[in-house]
Design a protein around this ligand. Structure first.
Ligand code: HAM
Length: 413
């Protein structure tokens, strides 16, 4: 009978990979903690309408990529495709957003998008996500961008490119959308891909982001947002850029950076790397004033980002496995002596003293046991052979120095 396999686009993370994720989480907690952010954990499942409303019906995420199903109570539920909507839902529901005070929250965990899996693109992937709610000031945008940079440097990842843009606001974006639609209409738009022929009317900014070569060629001369933003948006973005400059962060301006989710206003950013194949974005985010209100909360602005943990893991050095303090080898191969029991109880005593290590319940040759102790980089190998067992003793071999001594097992009581 064939065994059951995992679902396409989903991955198992064994200790070697898990260690990278645990390290990222620890670094995120340390760095974000320095900025006054607290951890929030939200459910993986939310009502579908939260994402439809929050992310936008006409986005690829909502239109094509969500894992949506009807539960036994006839509710439409969706596995979260991103964290922002859920974080805002939770903050609104628990009245965590107070007027005149910024609320800073971070979260990590799995997200789900039914995308075509490829290197760096999974159907279940993990994000580190941070949101700063309640401040409309450019300083908040810059704090979040600098915190992201701080976090990425804490992982030792180099050669990342910060791309910045402003998407305008509810006041000025309609004018830009109209200009884009007019531009595409004047072109030979039959050359656009099928999605973009629809998007040029429903969501023309998304055409700028299309990866299809024919669309890329057609958008080359499209109007840029900077020519259409209102004075308020221009002033906000100028303040962001000036602060980012003064903080010493290197970035490039990318007027084609539109992001795939509809809630963004004003500042948007992405961090890209050339070292992970075609899926270059390791992080993305921006300002989403109006979203809290749209989801039924107070009129509180917000700004945040999310990093893709699988993509960061590809760029990071893998953290070393911790070296155990001991490996307990049983080399007494006689039947029924009770050596295995003695080994288990001795290991238990060693752990009670704060030592870490593992015990082998397969009695075997000294050579193979020592080889295993070396492979797992144990600092000491405790050997329980026939002679030791009969004498109520254990041999302790220092794996680095090579010297060994015999001790009474009762010494560990
Ligand atoms: P996003 O750009 O959709 O933004 O995702 C953020 C990051 O998640 C991406 O840059 C990428 O590294 C990773 N990612 C996205 N999809 C996949 C996938 N299928 N496989 C692997 N990694 C993936 C958001 O999700 C926004 N909620 C970010 C945000 C927070 N904006 C404001 N606050």
């Amino acid at each position: 009978m064939s065994s059951i396999q995992k679902i396409k686009g989903f991955a198992d993370l064994f200790p070697e990979d898990s260690r990278s994720f645990t390290h990222m989480e620890a670094q995120a907690r340390a760095v974000f903690g320095r900025y006054g952010f607290g951890e929030l954990r939200t459910p993986l499942l939310e009502r579908t309408e939260l994402f439809a409303k929050g992310i936008g019906e006409d986005t690829d995420v909502v239109g094509k990529e969500m894992y949506t199903f009807t539960d036994r109570g006839d509710r439409s539920l969706t596995l979260r495709p991103e964290a922002t909507a859920g974080v805002l839902r939770a903050a609104i529901e628990s009245s965590a957003i107070e007027p005149g005070r910024a609320t800073r929250l971070y979260t990590f965990g799995p997200m789900f998008r039914y995308e075509r899996p490829q290197k760096g693109r999974m159907r279940q992937f993990h994000q580190v996500n941070a949101e700063l709610l309640g401040s409309a000031e450019p300083q908040a945008d810059v704090e979040v961008i600098l915190m992201l940079e701080d976090f990425l440097s804490s992982l030792g990842i180099a050669d990342l490119c910060f791309e910045l843009n402003s998407l305008g606001c509810r006041e000025c974006r309609p004018g830009y959308r109209a200009a884009l639609t007019a531009y595409f209409e004047a072109l030979d738009h039959a050359k656009l891909c099928e999605d973009c022929r629809r998007r040029m009317h429903t969501n023309p900014l998304r055409v700028l982001d299309c990866k299809v070569p024919a669309c890329k060629a057609l958008v080359a001369d499209a109007p840029v947002i900077g020519e259409h933003t209102c004075q308020g948006c221009r002033g906000h973005f100028a303040a962001v850029l000036s602060l980012v400059d003064r903080a010493g962060l290197k970035y490039t301006l990318n007027p084609r950076l539109v992001r795939g989710l509809d809630y963004y206003q004003r500042t948007t950013f992405e961090v890209t790397s050339g070292a992970i194949g075609s899926q270059t974005a390791v992080a993305g985010g921006g300002r989403y004033d109006g979203l809290v209100k749209l989801l039924g909360g107070p009129d509180a602005p917000g700004v945040g980002f999310a990093c893709g943990m699988e993509r960061l893991a590809m760029l990071m050095d893998k953290p070393e496995a911790p070296c155990p303090d001991f490996f307990l080898a049983v080399t007494d191969t006689r039947e029924g002596t009770g050596a295995l029991d003695a080994a288990l109880l001795l290991a238990h005593k060693l752990r009670a003293r704060g030592l870490s290590g593992e015990c082998d319940y397969q009695a075997g040759s000294m050579k193979s046991r020592l080889r295993h102790a070396g492979r797992i980089k144990a600092k000491k190998c405790y050997i329980l052979g026939a002679e030791e067992f009969d004498a109520g003793q254990v041999t302790v071999k220092d794996m680095e120095e090579g010297d060994q001594l015999r001790l009474d097992i009762s010494a560990f009581d």
